[in-house]
Design a protein around this ligand. Structure first.
Ligand SMILES: CC(C)(COP(=O)(O)OP(=O)(O)OC[C@H]1O[C@@H](n2cnc3c(N)ncnc32)[C@H](O)[C@@H]1OP(=O)(O)O)[C@@H](O)C(=O)NCCC(=O)NCCS
Length: 175
């Protein structure tokens, strides 16, 4: 369990693969800038996904819980943990739209960065963002990530090709 001022991060359990989680993953506003938008998500598929991440030693998967309400508002995942390079990739979804714009994504990212450095002994986190996902970009920047690269016209989104942004956070230097 990880704790910040307003949030708890606890491991995602199979019981979290519920109707709320399913509704997030089928909400066009939530998945519009993610690769998850290409499939319809059933409870069974989400259960299988949670089980596969739990079984993957190269991943850590946390539920983001608002402390005040006890509400599960989203998930954050560290994946592709590399034991030699000591880097990993981060993905985040705040599925509860009422919780957007409150700084919860940047707070979660800061907490996961602390965990990655202190508990996993990682030295770097990376993330890929659609360039038109402005709130995501802002949240990663606020958490200390910097823009390391740009893949020109990499994703098809909202009727046009948009750039892919490669973000990075050097944990030893910035935390
Ligand atoms: C992207 C997402 C994680 C952001 O979560 P959040 O909790 O709302 O993010 P935060 O509140 O920490 O930060 C958002 C920042 O973007 C800013 N922002 C929001 N809309 C914006 C816009 N259209 N243009 C510029 N900035 C914008 C906010 O003002 C805030 O910045 P501030 O704190 O400096 O004011 C959330 O909307 C989400 O889960 N979306 C769906 C899934 C997704 O896209 N995940 C990311 C994939 S890379």
């Amino acid at each position: 369990m990880l704790e910040s001022g307003r949030l708890l991060l606890r491991p995602v359990e199979l019981t979290d693969a519920n109707e709320t989680y399913r509704s997030w993953m089928n909400d066009p506003a939530v998945i519009q800038y993610t690769e998850s938008r290409f499939q319809t998500h059933s409870l069974e598929q989400i259960r299988q996904y949670v089980a596969s991440v739990q079984a993957d030693s190269g991943s850590r998967f946390f539920a983001i819980v608002e402390k005040e309400s006890g509400k599960h508002i989203g998930n954050i995942k560290i994946g592709h943990i590399h034991p030699v390079h000591r880097h990993a990739d981060v993905g985040i979804i705040i599925g509860d739209k009422a919780s957007w714009g409150k700084g919860y994504a940047s707070e979660s990212l800061q907490l996961i960065a602390w965990y990655a450095r202190e508990q996993l002994q990682l030295r770097k986190l990376t993330a890929g963002i659609y360039a038109n996902n402005l709130s995501s970009l802002q949240a990663f920047l606020k958490a200390g990530f910097v823009l390391e690269g740009r893949f020109a016209q990499h994703w098809f989104c909202d009727g046009e090709y948009v750039d892919g942004l490669q973000m990075g956070l050097l944990l030893e230097e910035t935390l």
